[in-house]
Design a protein around this ligand. Structure first.
Ligand code: ACO
Length: 322
């Protein structure tokens, strides 16, 4: 019999500290109105000085483990999507394994696809389960984007937030993860990047640099294409999708995708107003929010989609089973 993967539990964590647009407007030349109108963002959470990405991942993972009703020792693979790892190495996934006290020597590794990271990590975990190489996977998207933000650059510091979201993915006879579709195009590297890097020079700028309006236009067009591709490949109509759970970069990008799907915004999970853009953490944070408040229910068909630095983009089509 074919093996499939199902999400059996979700969890998330947001650092305690909230920075509102009003607070930001006291530090740079901007206004709450401008940020809300152009992005939909009203506030963001910021990690404390001593809080690292693996700390956020740990808190989210504990909640997902509890929701799935499993023991941490049952986990046989850990995949963490992050652009802001604690260290060059060991990977954040290895640090998380240690924090969770998992001593079963299961594989653990990070996936780097910036804002598309969670979709990439979910696809990776799904394929491990389908191949019979794992049965219970912890998939996490966790970021401390505030650490690579230039807080004097008003054109992009308004966008970022910190947080983590996690899911437990388990082997099953019935398909929860129906399909994933992933893409990348490295030709666009200069439109959205961080200059510093281990072999390029750690002394270079470690802040996100972005040509916002170019990124915006390509993101909308590319997400349109991934919606078409996902529906066609899975023989679905737009009306078959119950919930859109998008990457939370900008409310105008989210609205454009909803329009493409002919969906009203009350079928779209929106957290960008409260969480801002938490990169790889944004989809699992949004998912956990809508699962815990009871919007997402058994039998619903979810379309997750993301676009980010690289460029990378992708989608995951998930039937909700729990
Ligand atoms: N407050 C006030 N004015 C501002 C601010 C600000 N914070 N930032 C820029 N402006 C000004 C500009 O200087 C410009 O002024 P000018 O017309 O006098 O020159 C004007 O506002 C318009 O600037 P634009 O950059 O054209 O503004 P735009 O409407 O494009 O919004 C934004 C900027 C919000 C960054 C938008 O381009 C965006 O969301 N881009 C996509 C971001 C994204 O989705 N990234 C991908 C995912 S992220 C990842 O993968 C890591």
């Amino acid at each position: 019999m074919k093996i499939h993967a199902q999400i059996t539990g979700t969890g998330s964590y947001l650092p305690q500290r909230i920075m509102t647009n009003h607070e930001l407007a006291q530090q740079i030349d901007t206004t709450d109105n401008w940020i809300v109108e152009r992005t939909g963002i009203r506030q963001r959470h910021l990690a404390a000085k001593n809080e690292t990405t693996s700390d956020l991942a740990h808190a989210a993972a504990l909640r997902a483990i509890e929701a799935a009703g499993i023991d941490a020792a049952d986990i046989d693979l850990i995949v963490v999507a992050t652009t802001t790892p604690d260290l060059v190495f060991p990977s954040t996934a290895c640090l998380l394994q240690q924090k969770l006290g998992i001593e079963n020597r299961c594989p653990a590794f990070d996936v780097q696809a910036v804002c598309s990271g969670f979709v990439y990590a979910l696809a990776t975990a799904d394929n491990f389960i389908r191949a019979g190489q794992a049965r219970c996977v912890l998939v996490v998207g966790a970021e401390t984007m505030s650490r690579i933000t230039d807080w004097s650059d008003r054109s992009n510091c308004i966008l970022w937030g910190d947080g983590a979201g996690a899911v437990i993915l388990q082997a099953s006879d019935t398909a929860g993860v129906i399909a994933t579709h992933l893409h990348a195009d490295g030709r666009y590297r200069d439109l959205l990047h961080v200059e510093a890097g281990v072999s390029s020079g750690l002394e270079k700028s470690s802040a996100v640099r972005m040509q916002g309006s170019s990124v915006f236009k390509i993101a909308v067009k590319t997400l349109d294409e991934i919606v078409d591709e996902t529906l066609a490949a899975n023989h679905l109509q737009k009306s078959d999708i119950t919930w859109l759970v998008p990457h939370q970069a900008n409310i105008r990008i989210i609205e454009a995708t909803a329009k493409k799907l002919g969906m009203s915004m009350d079928r779209v999970v929106v957290t960008v107003d409260r969480h801002a853009n938490t990169s790889a953490a944004s989809i699992p944070l949004a998912l956990d929010t809508a699962v815990r408040d009871g919007r997402i229910r058994a039998g619903d068909l979810l379309l997750m989609e993301a676009f980010g630095g690289g460029f990378t983009w992708g989608s995951a089509l998930v039937k909700w089973m729990v």
